[in-house]
Design a protein around this ligand. Structure first.
Ligand code: NAD
Length: 260
């Protein structure tokens, strides 16, 4: 019989996180789906994941901007499923504005949801993983964890920090059967990408169509958006036993962006 695996994917009711949750459901994992929305408002996403799954699928509402919620999310998953083998820190938000116009509250929130929450969930998840001698930590960083773009100070700082956190966790868990990696996508067509088009248009003084071609797809040599399913495939691969030596890595899926 196959080894049972339990995966938690944060921010998994939309975009990349939803694609990862669906992939894990497809390969028979028990999947903990998370967002900060009411369960009634995520019924469609949950139905999508459940339709693919043969394992158990459950929704865990938690606000990842909150340290206690982040830590307790992992505890709730362990209480419900008995273990946590795969932790995907994916939840994230974006704000496009020149630094002098970026509200400090937005700076704090971007760091809290993507960086601080990863610290808290990893802290909560590691003891169980090292005890069982197997674990996978996958942080969805960004090409902006490796390169900067104007008007994204909080996001770029956060994603660079997530890469540093990932590398450190990889070193600390290297002899314990646990790997930690950062997937660094270029522009992926999701609601997060779609909703920043208007902000980008304002910041760059361009039309929305110009933003898509000249700002978003310009740094991506393929001139194509990455699809969420491409990120999900990599997440699943990192969970195989063959991927046991991939740790502390940044894995770019960015159409050639960071080759430049
Ligand atoms: P999305 O907006 O489609 O999904 C984000 C998810 O996070 C949603 O499920 C949302 O409910 C959840 N979330 C937001 N705030 C939360 C909170 N406080 N508590 C719990 N959950 C919360 O975004 P996406 O494009 O799928 O992005 C997912 C990740 O991928 C983010 O970390 C993002 O930075 C990263 N990323 C995205 C792109 C891109 O172009 N879309 C590129 C590189 C990296």
């Amino acid at each position: 019989t196959e080894t049972r695996r339990v995966a938690l994917v944060t921010g998994s009711t939309s975009g990349i996180g939803l694609a990862i949750a669906k992939k894990f459901a497809t390969i028979g994992y028990d999947v903990a789906v998370n967002s900060f929305e009411d369960e009634a408002d995520v019924a469609e996403a949950m139905a999508d994941v459940c339709a693919l799954g043969s394992g158990q699928i459950a929704y865990f509402r938690a606000d990842l901007a909150d340290p206690t919620d982040s830590f307790e999310l992992v505890q709730s998953v362990v209480a419900r499923f008995g273990q946590l083998d795969v932790l995907v820190n994916n939840a994230g938000i974006q704000k496009v504005a020149p630094i002098e116009e970026l509200p400090p509250a937005d700076w704090d929130r971007i760091l809290a949801i993507s960086l601080d929450s990863a610290f808290h969930t990893i802290r909560a998840a590691i003891p169980g993983m090292t005890e069982r001698g197997w674990g996978r930590i996958i942080n969805v960083a960004s090409a902006h964890g490796l390169r900067a773009s104007p008007f994204k100070s909080a996001y770029v700082a956060t994603k660079h920090a997530v890469v540093g956190l990932t590398k450190t966790v990889a070193l600390e868990t290297a002899e314990k059967g646990v790997t930690a990696n950062a997937i660094c996508p270029g522009y992926v067509w999701t609601p997060l990408a779609a909703t920043q088009v208007a902000d980008q248009a304002r910041a760059h003084n361009l039309s929305e169509e110009q933003v898509i071609r000249q700002v978003m797809l310009a740094p991506q040599p393929t001139r194509q958006f990455v699809q969420p399913e491409e990120i999900a495939e990599m997440a699943a691969y990192l969970c195989t036993d063959m991927a046991r030596s991939i740790t502390g890595s940044t894995i770019s899926i960015d159409g050639g962006w960071t080759a430049k």
